[in-house]
Design a protein around this ligand. Structure first.
Ligand code: ZN
Length: 238
């Protein structure tokens, strides 16, 4: 029933915007930070939210990069059915943008081009001194624990760490896409984390749909709620 309802909504929509969280990537085998079996429950000397903070990155880069290489560089992960369906909609001219909290680059790997990565990407890494960019393989394969540029500067992944602000141009791109959309699909996130949670207020389109495995505080505010796997739901649509 709910699937048919979603099918009807996507059929009559011309400007879909997708807002995705960690739950979109878990189906590609990438763990959710905040889930029960996610990173927060694994054993490190510090909790992940400490390791992934700006202060920690500056003060203890060795421990940061050990964790980062171990947990944050899933370079073998492949796009799943959700990523593929969204890329298909974009090619068909039905989808005007993907806003994501994920940093794994799987939307682009699936072929999406209009992607707003609120928290940055593991695929971009830059020298803090000269600004030169490096691919993620350079971080993974670096013989030094802390990867260093040819100029001697430290290389930083272009991901938004705790204590750091979001990129303004990414946020405004996301806001524009959301404001123009006639259908917004929020998936794989409970949308409780600000500032991302605030973005939903820019949506003034027809239908707001939430796809999430578990119940969220937002369920009541949506026109349609589906408690299921994102990839399964999207791939069932034609
Ligand atoms: Zn450099």
């Amino acid at each position: 029933m709910v699937y048919e309802e979603l099918q009807r909504m996507t059929d009559e929509s011309e400007r879909i915007v997708f807002f995705g969280g960690a739950g979109v990537s878990t189906e590609s085998g990438i763990p959710d930070f905040r889930s029960v079996d996610g990173l927060y429950h694994q054993k490190y000397d510090w909790p992940p939210e400490t390791i992934l903070s700006h202060t920690f990155f500056m003060k203890k880069p060795e421990a940061f990069f050990q964790f980062y290489r171990d947990k944050m560089l899933p370079l073998d992960a492949k796009p799943n059915k959700a990523h593929l369906k969204l890329a298909e909609w974009e090619r068909a001219g039905k989808l005007i943008g993907v806003v994501t909290q994920n940093i794994d680059g799987l939307h682009q790997a699936a072929g999406s081009q209009k992607v707003f990565e609120l928290h940055g990407s593991i695929h971009r890494n830059y020298c803090m001194k000269c600004g030169k960019f490096y691919p993620p393989e350079y971080i993974r394969d670096s013989r030094e624990v802390v990867p260093v540029c040819a100029c001697g500067g430290r290389i930083k992944p272009d991901v938004v760490l705790y204590e750091e602000g979001l990129d303004n141009s990414v946020v405004s791109g996301a806001v524009h896409a959301i404001a123009k959309a006639d259908l917004m699909i929020v998936a794989g996130t409970s949308l409780t984390v600000y500032p991302a949670a605030g973005l939903i207020h820019y949506f003034h389109g027809k239908h707001l749909v939430l796809i999430n495995r578990d119940k969220t505080q937002m369920d009541d505010q949506c026109d349609l709620v589906i408690h299921d796997k994102v990839g399964e739901v999207l791939s069932s649509l034609t």
